[in-house]
Every structure is written in C-alpha cells, then in structure tokens.
Design a protein around this ligand. Structure first.
Ligand code: ADP
Ligand code: ZN
Length: 212
C-alpha cells in the first residue's frame, strides 16, 4: 500500500455547544491548507447559524466555505478523487450511513475530520456520533463553560421561552423558538412529563386541591 493510502484516518472533535468544535475544525482545515493539501468542507444542511448555509462558522466569528449536505451518501458523491482532507461539521444531524462513508474515505487515503455534538439536549448520544467516536483513530472531547456555575460544561441546555425543554421535546427542532446554553451535568435540566405537570400546575388548582 502506498504512502498516500496510509494517510487515511478519522479524527472526531466532539463536545457540547460552545465548546469550540467549529473553531478546532477550522484550525485543522487552515493548517491543512497551509500544508498545501486539497480540502473539501461539508456540513449538515440543518445548520445555518451565523454566516449561513454555505459556510462553517464558530461562535467567535471564524468562517470557512462549506457545502451543505443532507446525508453521508451525498458527501461520498461529492468527494473528488484528488482530495486529501474531508472536513464535516455538525455531523450529529447526519444519518447512520455517514459511518460507512467516512470509513471508506479513510480507506481510500483521505484524512477525515468530523465535528459534532456528542449529546442531544437530553444528554443522550446524538445520531451517529457514538459510532463515529468508535471508528475514529483520534477523539478530541471539548468542554464549554457552564453558564450557571462556571465549571466545565458537557451538555446543551435547550430552553423554550426561557424554560428547560421537556424530555419529550423533539431531538431536532428546526427554526423553532428554542435557544441553547452550555451547562455542566449537574446544572443540566430535562424535566420529565410528570415533573413538568407539577411545574405547570396553576396556583388556583393548588388552592382548589387544598380545599378538597
Ligand atoms: P461549538 O462549535 O462547539 O458550538 P464554537 O467553536 O462555535 O463552538 O465556539 C466556541 C467559542 O464560543 C468560544 O471560543 C467562546 O468564545 C464562545 N463561547 C460562548 N459561550 C461560551 C461558553 N458558555 N463556554 C465556552 N465558550 C463560549
Ligand atoms: Zn454547572
């Protein structure tokens, strides 16, 4: 096997929102460009934050041109034979097929750099990220800062109208009223349906309950 094929490998940058995944992906891609490698950058079409659909951007404003895709198969179709580095951001939104695609790209000698949220708003493994961590040679887990307590944060806290989203809220909300903040395991809140009912209980209902 030639040296070019041996260059093939998979790197995953995982972690919470605001942990610097996009910054790190952009840094690795820029260094690849400095090394005169041919680079292609993809991202899930479900992410259009900040600079929009055709670029990878970090919360700090760094940017890179990227092709939006909706599946692993689409990445496979678009990768050119002479590409050295394939970078993929927001991989948590892609289908399970992405695992075979990145494995085939690495076997074909490509360096594949994948960034994505490792857990969803519930704190559970997000889409194909768990399997991607398994097939990677190198895993970088980043943490943000918890906006509640200042410790390291590993979870995306979903808020709807300023309140923690319930466990049965959909995994992916597109164009919703929700917002996110970084929180640690201990400050992360995901009310279950029964807890939420108590939280929503109206003062009148409680008074009526007390009377009966
Ligand atoms: P990710 O791709 O993981 O969401 P980004 O690379 O887009 O992260 O953004 C990381 C940057 O976000 C940090 O360098 C920092 O300037 C900023 N930031 C905003 N809120 C936080 C936070 N709670 N913890 C850490 N960094 C934060
Ligand atoms: Zn905390």
């Amino acid at each position: 096997m030639g040296a070019a094929a041996h260059a093939g490998r998979i790197e995953v940058i995982a972690g919470a929102m605001f942990s610097g995944k996009s910054e790190e992906l952009i840094r690795r891609v820029r260094r690849g460009i400095i090394a005169r490698k041919r680079v292609q950058v993809f991202k899930s079409h479900l992410d259009s934050r900040y600079a929009g659909l055709y670029s990878v951007s970090s919360h700090d404003g760094a940017e890179l041109d990227a092709a939006p895709v909706d599946s692993g198969a689409e990445i496979f179709r678009q990768v050119r034979p002479d590409t050295d580095i394939v970078a993929i951001d927001e991989a948590q939104f892609l289908d399970a097929g992405i695992v075979d695609v990145v494995t085939a790209l690495a076997a074909a000698g490509k360096r594949v750099i994948i960034a994505g949220l490792d857990t969803d708003f519930r704190g559970e493994p997000f889409g194909p990220m768990g399997a991607l961590l398994c097939v990677a040679e190198e895993v970088t887990k980043l943490q943000a800062i918890c906006v509640r307590c200042g410790e390291l944060a590993c979870r995306p806290q979903r808020l709807i109208d300023g309140r923690p989203a319930r466990y049965d809220s959909p995994t992916i909300m597109v164009g919703g009223r929700e917002s996110y903040e970084a929180r640690c395991r201990h400050c992360h809140e995901v009310p279950r349906a029964d807890e939420d009912q108590r939280a929503l209980e109206l003062p009148e209902a409680r008074v009526a309950g007390a009377r009966s």
